[in-house]
Design a binder for this molecule. Sequence first.
Ligand SMILES: [Zn+2]
Length: 166
Amino acid sequence: MQRYVEQLCGDLLAAAQRRRERPRPLADEYFVTEEERQRAELIRHFSDVERYTSGESNRSMYDTLGFEPEAFPPAERLTDHQLETLVRDLLDLWAAYRTLADAPQGVSARLLYPQLLKRMHDDYFDPGDGGYLHLEFCEYEPARCPWPEGLCSCRIDLGNFSGSGE
Ligand SMILES: [Zn+2]
């Protein structure tokens, strides 16, 4: 398994590097004046909107990143160290796509890893070069919170919260 994990991590890092080094729209360096830059941004915005409404965005993150869900071994079969390495390199690939995981600090790789894999099945809209995408895992419903008690803000200070600011 160790050898497989190393290969997978190598593939993740290579994909992140390809994404970071992909050719940028010429516009970014070419347009000199602020007016030209804004126009280029507007065009890009509308092509993003078109991409979105045309349904081209109905792809999972697996499709976009170019990895099969089956490529990722289940957490039960991995050591803590293998999980930490995989999570680190997977999040690096997410970051190359300007996609950030909003998970509470202190969540172990063993808990985070299955959540990341699950999330990658959802429809994904590639943010391109326009801003960052934050993916949340908790919808502030404590009953459905994927994180252990005490780590996520959905279960902290709820009592103090209602009533404050009145
Ligand atoms: Zn929560």
